[in-house]
Design a protein around this ligand. Structure first.
Ligand SMILES: Cc1cc2nc3c(=O)[nH]c(=O)nc-3n(C[C@H](O)[C@H](O)[C@H](O)COP(=O)(O)OP(=O)(O)OC[C@H]3O[C@@H](n4cnc5c(N)ncnc54)[C@H](O)[C@@H]3O)c2cc1C
Length: 461
């Protein structure tokens, strides 16, 4: 077996590995990049990019159906051509996938290996029949869909976010198990494509990590589009029923059985860590298989770092990319950056989207912080009214003593963008009173942020 020596080995080409490879390459270092699947990983091939491309098609169909509300006539019924919807998705996602592969193959001083990597020692990795060693190794292996231990699942065919990427037809009735971020995005998009959709959630509400008012409003938004939401499905089982699927739900309301044509599982993700033989390198994982890291994302092996979803410190493209920034800044600039310095930020890309930063109201209450809260329904946001998109609300929390912004939920048109002005103020550690004084552009959703901050009231404990 040939033994090849590098300055850095990067396992996985998710959102952190490729920019790190480029950073090492531009520093004149010898780099090995190993990828067992499609270049670009989850976000590029079956996560953010393809799903947001599909969300855009679904939005077009939705708006076309509402066209007469805007005084626009469309002759004939609106129909999603799923083959063309998928082709558009494939084009956008494929361009990104090719971009990452070409980027990696074109990097100076870099060798790309295609195959499954596994550790055979503290600084040695095997891929295919080759042994690679390096002074520093970076693990960016991401995750995959969790397949739950659900009665009947072994005898039933099902889809995951990965196999959904091949769907070029309209399911008659899509049953989605899991009422969280991934399930809700697929649910709304397929309803808008024309499928009947039922979302089954085991918990008492959708997106259980969010505040109750957010969960409730999201449920109302989905139900308004005739998506059936079944909560408290604590004893869920599935079985084949004729050509379709029957889901037996133990809900507090509604029929105990849901009949559908297709089943999508969206109940969470697991890290791709078990195939890496991490024990051979002295790298510890936690009970759920996530690699244990310190503040600088270093594993229990001081020469190995874990970046992206596999370290359990984030589950987003931006957290993975931020992991790269932290590691690169520390290694190349001795910056002393810590992962705990980053502020929670993410979005739920249903329409209208939910933009979230910082603490939730429930977290603020649990922490016993003396806080103020400001809210505003989107029906009282001029731009939302003009666009005919008035569902949702804004909610901002500030610390009554320090005047710092603690967190926000902007559920409404462009909420995923609007929330960034608060995020920037949080990073800049600005008192909310400075944000409240800024003159903002009219007519935008963002122009109401100072207004909300001017109408704060004490948060009830
Ligand atoms: C349906 C869906 C929608 C999403 N939407 C969003 C969104 O809108 N916004 C957002 O921020 N995030 C979103 N995410 C999450 C986002 O996709 C991930 O957080 C992001 O891709 C970061 O992943 P990563 O860098 O950890 O690795 P990944 O992107 O998962 O890549 C890991 C790579 O490692 C490779 N690999 C694994 N094991 C090995 C091995 N042993 N040897 C060699 N190679 C290996 C894999 O083949 C893969 O290419 C979504 C996820 C899903 C599933």
């Amino acid at each position: 077996m040939p033994n090849l020596t590098f300055d850095a080995i990067i396992i996985g080409t998710g959102q952190a590995g490729p920019p790190l490879a480029a950073r090492f390459s531009s520093a004149g270092k010898k780099v090995a990049v190993i990828e067992r699947g499609k270049f670009g990983g989850t976000c590029v091939n079956n996560g953010c990019i393809p799903t947001k491309t599909l969300v855009a098609s679904a939005y077009a169909a939705h708006l076309a159906r509402r066209a007469s509300e805007y005084g626009v006539d469309i002759a004939g019924p609106v129909r999603a051509d799923m083959k063309r919807v998928k082709a558009r998705k494939d084009e956008v996602s494929g361009a990104s996938n090719r971009g990452v592969e070409d980027w990696m193959r074109g990097l100076a001083n870099t060798t790309v290996f295609q195959g499954q990597a596994r550790f055979i020692g503290p600084n040695a990795v095997q891929v295919n029949d080759q042994t690679l060693t390096a002074a520093q190794i970076f693990v960016n292996v991401g995750g995959r869909p969790l397949i739950p231990d659900m009665p009947g699942l072994e005898q039933t065919s099902y889809l995951t976010n990965e196999s959904m990427m091949d769907v070029d037809y309209l399911p008659e009735h899509l049953i989605i198990v899991g009422g969280s971020y991934i399930g809700l995005e697929f649910g709304q998009m397929f309803r808008r494509f024309g499928a009947k959709v039922t979302v089954i959630e085991m918990g008492p509400r959708l997106i259980g990590r969010e505040d109750e008012d957010v969960s409730q409003t999201v449920k109302e938004i989905l139900e308004k589009e005739s998506i059936d939401v079944r909560l408290n499905a604590t004893c869920l089982s599935v079985e084949k029923s004729g050509q379709g699927i029957a889901a037996n739900v133990d809900c507090t309301a509604g029929a105990p059985r849901v009949m559908g044509s297709h089943l999508l599982l969206a109940v969470g993700r697991v890290p791709n860590t078990e195939a890496l033989a991490l024990d051979k390198a002295g790298i510890e994982v936690d009970q759920r298989g996530y690699i244990v890291v310190d503040e600088a994302l270093r594993t229990t092996n001081p020469k190995v770092w874990a970046i992206g979803d596999c370290n359990g410190k984030g589950a987003f493209t931006h957290t993975s990319y931020n992991d790269y920034e932290i590691v690169a800044d520390n290694l190349f600039n001795n910056a002393g950056r810590k992962v705990s310095e980053r502020i929670t930020a993410y979005a739920l890309f249903i329409d209208p989207p939910l933009g979230r930063v910082g603490m939730t109201e429930a977290e603020i209450k649990r922490a016993g912080i003396h806080a103020l809260v400001g809210t505003r329904p989107m029906t009282r946001v001029g731009r939302a009214v003009e666009k005919g998109e008035t569902q949702g609300f804004m909610k901002i929390h500030v610390d009554a003593n320090s005047k710092r912004i603690l967190g926000a939920a902007i559920l409404g048109t462009t909420g995923d963008e609007v929330v960034h002005s608060l995020l920037d103020a949080m990073y800049a550690r600005l008192p909310y009173t400075d944000v409240a004084r800024a003159m903002r552009i009219h007519p935008t959703v963002s122009e109401l942020i100072p207004t909300v901050l001017g109408e704060l009231r004490p948060l009830e404990k």
